[in-house]
Write a protein that binds this ligand. Structure first.
Ligand code: SF4
Length: 480
């Protein structure tokens, strides 16, 4: 398959050609080697939940050894996928809540409370007393409640109370108001075990509740806490695509999902002493760029450029310009280790729960994150001199990003009358036909970025407002 069939993005196409010419493998090549993929797996009708299996459903054998039919098997597999996704998203949220609590108590010196207005709003929502109390005391109580939310034994998610009354009534009717993350995920694994829940409709309803626990619980809570800790984003300009890497600067790429360490890497890259060290090895500066969701966090808060999305990670290393790639959790391809070995790039894992065989691990010291960040930046500086051939595609686009509900309220209504009213009025009168969120990674099975950009363009053509993280749309500008 030629590069144009693999990606709509010119920068990716260039790097794909170069990797092929150099005989280096990437996700697209590994997909080609996997073809044809298992038809049973694709349809979700393969079950290996117990050791009487694996069982696969066909005309010849329509039932598994335990008697499970295709509906049950598909529903169980789907529920397990939802539980895994909820665990990943929300474990990130739990990590943020834990750091938030430590920062509030003063045990983590490198972070402070940046958005007090948001802290007070959340405190009110959680029923935390704010009168005549210090910011840190209020934040400590908020942090304790937030950590509890992930594993409490009783009640439903506090954040779910934000949903419109009609929506909450619907959840109640179907008994899917989300409870604690841990509870929903454990119950999902229990229900989908052999011989437990064998009614596909019942299984799917629990998948709905588990997903709601993530969206309205773990993810939304993590967003609130990150905004309080790191600052609430406000719209601003940023640059996107592989062209943000700099030939004459030390390039540090941060990749994954958690902003805890990458926030400090941004600070470390501005450290006077480290900038001098960079100059001493012949670099003009230190350039931090993001990859995947960590990139979104940094772009929207600090205007840090985005080097690419999920499928761009190996391509970035293949530029030969990445001196360090520091990865945290989720969406980090194991294949990166192989590509990094072909170049000078130092690949570093930073979170103890996410390591890669043969890759150097620098455990993030949560009590002194800035020190860990400085160590990583220093490694990039020292590695700058080891670069071989560098090729950075001359492709980058400008994006305006960082739209939060606070900023949209302000833009539409001003400081004193902040509201969604102009938006609501136009939805009610039919000029805007709705609002759609497009979220999700690219997949080598389809042309990189094609689905997201086509869907967005078609919706916009039909007067639908589209919201999306900038990473998904990072390459859209290439196609106009
Ligand atoms: S749970 Fe049933 S269908 Fe699944 S592997 Fe075991 S016997 Fe087979």
């Amino acid at each position: 398959m030629n590069p144009q069939e693999r990606s709509i993005d010119k920068a990716s196409q260039e790097m794909l050609s170069r990797m092929t010419a150099a005989g280096q493998e990437n996700a697209w090549d590994r997909l080609a080697a996997q073809l044809p993929q298992c038809g049973f797996g694709k349809q979700g009708i393969c079950c290996r939940i117990c050791t009487m299996g694996p069982c696969r459903i066909s005309k010849k054998s329509p039932l598994g050894v335990c008697g499970a039919n295709a509906d049950t098997i598909v529903a169980r597999n789907f529920l397990r996928a939802v539980a895994a996704g909820t665990s990943a998203h929300s474990d990130h949220g739990r990590g943020v809540a834990e750091v938030f609590l430590e920062a509030a108590k003063g045990d983590v010196k490198d972070y402070g409370i940046k958005d007090r207005v948001k802290l007070f709003k959340l405190a009110k929502e959680f029923g935390v007393e704010t009168k005549d109390r210090s910011v840190n005391d209020i934040a400590t109580d908020v942090g304790k409640i937030a950590v509890e939310e992930f594993g409490k034994h009783e009640g439903t998610q506090l954040m779910a109370r934000r949903a419109p009354a009609v929506r909450q009534a619907l959840w109640k009717k179907f008994d899917i108001t989300p409870r604690a993350i841990d509870r929903e995920v454990v119950e999902a694994l229990h229900r989908s075990t052999m011989g437990v829940d064998q009614d596909y409709k019942n299984l799917i309803m629990h998948a709905c509740r588990t997903a709601l626990a993530d969206g309205w619980g773990g993810s939304m809570l993590a967003t609130e806490l990150q905004d309080i800790l790191f600052g609430t984003p406000y719209p601003g300009k940023g640059e996107v695509n592989l062209g943000v890497l700099k030939k004459d600067e030390v390039n540090i790429v941060v990749h994954g999902h958690e902003p805890i360490l990458s926030e400090m890497i941004v600070a470390a890259a501005q450290d006077g002493e480290l900038l001098k060290q960079a100059q001493s090895v012949g670099a003009k500066g230190i350039n931090v760029a993001g990859m995947c969701c960590t990139a979104n966090e940094l772009l929207s808060r600090h205007g840090i450029p985005v080097a690419g999305n999920f499928l761009s990670q190996e391509l970035a290393v293949a530029t030969g310009a990445v001196d360090v790639m520091a990865v945290d959790v989720q969406c980090v391809m194991e294949g990166l280790a192989q590509v990094a070995r072909c170049y000078h790039t130092k690949l570093i894992t930073t979170v103890d729960k996410a390591r890669i065989t043969g890759v150097e691990h620098i455990s993030m010291d949560e009590k002194n994150v800035l020190n860990t960040a400085k160590k990583i930046v220093k490694m990039g500086i020292e590695n700058y001199k080891n670069r071989g051939e560098v090729y950075i595609p001359n492709e980058k686009q400008t994006a305006v990003m960082g739209f939060t509900h606070e900023s949209i309220n302000y833009i539409l209504g001003g400081h004193y009358r902040a509201s969604y009213r102009p938006l609501n009025d136009n939805i009610i009168n039919g000029r805007i036909r709705g609002v759609v969120g497009i979220v999700g990674c690219s997949n080598p099975k389809v042309q990189q970025d094609f689905t997201h950009t086509t869907l967005a363009k078609e919706l916009i053509k039909r007067d639908v407002l589209v919201l999306t993280p900038v990473v998904q749309q990072s390459h859209a500008a290439n196609r106009g």
